[in-house]
Design a protein around this ligand. Structure first.
Ligand code: GDP
Length: 203
């Protein structure tokens, strides 16, 4: 059962001027293309088809906003690192990424990482982009159903070691629902505590 009965699609932005008014609270969700991000959004928010899932990686360049509950939004960032493996998130998202980063309402980040790949250089670049340590970050190690029990345990241990002091992490499978309660719990806690980030005023 959904914790958030009023989840709905809000808007898609391809220009900074199209972002929603910078009020309230936002969590961004990011990940490499094809990592299972759309599936994760649909599972987390318990709404099938909210974020489109596709087998064709790297097609979505829009920043899609969903309302979780009034004043609380999730922004789905374009998948990164498909063709341009070396391109930084800064290059790949350009002014949109910079504008997003400046938003007062953006408080937290969910990073989706394929559990078979583990946390890679590009994911670490994304964490840097997010402005750690100011942003609360939780990493979903996706498609964990594809790992054996021991591989999953190893993956989680490695991720936790790498992310220590920067982000929490967990195993997650949209397909099987593994880790869903845990992930929703994190989101719920963030929303309940209304984590705020101290930012320097924008010049
Ligand atoms: P996105 O490009 O990151 O938004 O990824 P999608 O959610 O569209 O998923 C990409 C592919 O991975 C699709 O073929 C999904 O069916 C598959 N996928 C997504 N989540 C899972 C999962 O938890 N387990 C498995 N086995 N496959 C998944």
């Amino acid at each position: 059962m959904s914790q958030w009965p009023h989840v709905q699609f809000l808007t898609s932005a391809s220009l900074p001027g199209q972002f929603p008014v910078d009020e309230g609270w936002e969590v961004a969700i990011a990940g490499r293309s094809n990592v299972g991000k759309s599936s994760a959004i649909n599972s987390l928010l318990a709404r099938k088809g909210l974020a489109k899932t596709s087998r064709t990686p790297g097609r979505t360049r829009l920043f899609n906003y969903f309302e979780i509950s009034p004043g609380y939004r999730m922004v789905d960032l374009p998948g990164y690192g498909h063709a341009e493996v070396k391109a930084s998130t800064r290059e790949s998202w350009g002014p949109m990424g910079e504008a997003l980063r400046q938003r007062q309402s953006l408080q937290a980040l969910i990073l989706v990482v394929d559990s078979r790949r583990g946390v890679a250089e590009l994911d670490m670049a994304l964490l840097e982009w997010a402005g750690l340590p100011d942003t609360a970050v939780h990493v979903l190690l996706s498609k964990s159903d594809k790992l054996s029990r021991s591989e999953a345990a190893q993956t989680l241990k490695a991720a936790r070691g790498l992310l220590e002091g920067q982000a929490s992490s967990q195993l997650f499978s949209s397909l099987k629902g593994d880790g869903l309660d845990e992930a929703r719990g994190v989101l719920k806690r963030w929303i309940a505590t209304g984590i705020r980030k101290e930012r320097a005023p924008v010049a």
